[in-house]
Design a protein. Sequence first.
Length: 162
Amino acid sequence: MQPWLNIGIVLATFLAMEGVAWAMHRFVMHGFLWVLHRDHHQRDHDHVLERNDAFFLLFAVPSMLLFLLGALRGPAAPWTWIGLGILLYGIAYFLVHEVFIHQRIKWLRNTNSVYFLALRRAHKMHHKHLGKEHGECFGMLIVPMRFFREAWRMKYGSNDKR
């Protein structure tokens, strides 16, 4: 039964991280640490790296500490599995946000998936706001339904406005 429990902990942590990422993006990145996030909302980027990239370290530290704690407590402790869930979310974030959406690495350039089209559109709406106020779509993997409907219409040409 233990492997299923560990898989459940990893999955639950991964899913919970979407809420954590939303709250961090909304209240920290667009709040008191806007000084680090601001360059991510600029139209032109002069460098490969941004100040915003410091958040990767901020999000990686809890995962690393949980792996360390899990190693000290033994394999039955949940800490390793929580750390793994955070790590997997970080990998998903990198692939979706940095590679797919912002094309910082030229993989995954074209898609015909309604889900990925909706993700890209929601993020584009987030970036239309250049300041820290009046933002929208702070999540990464879960986007409002209106973007799915819009992506569906883009892909299939439906005039259904629901």
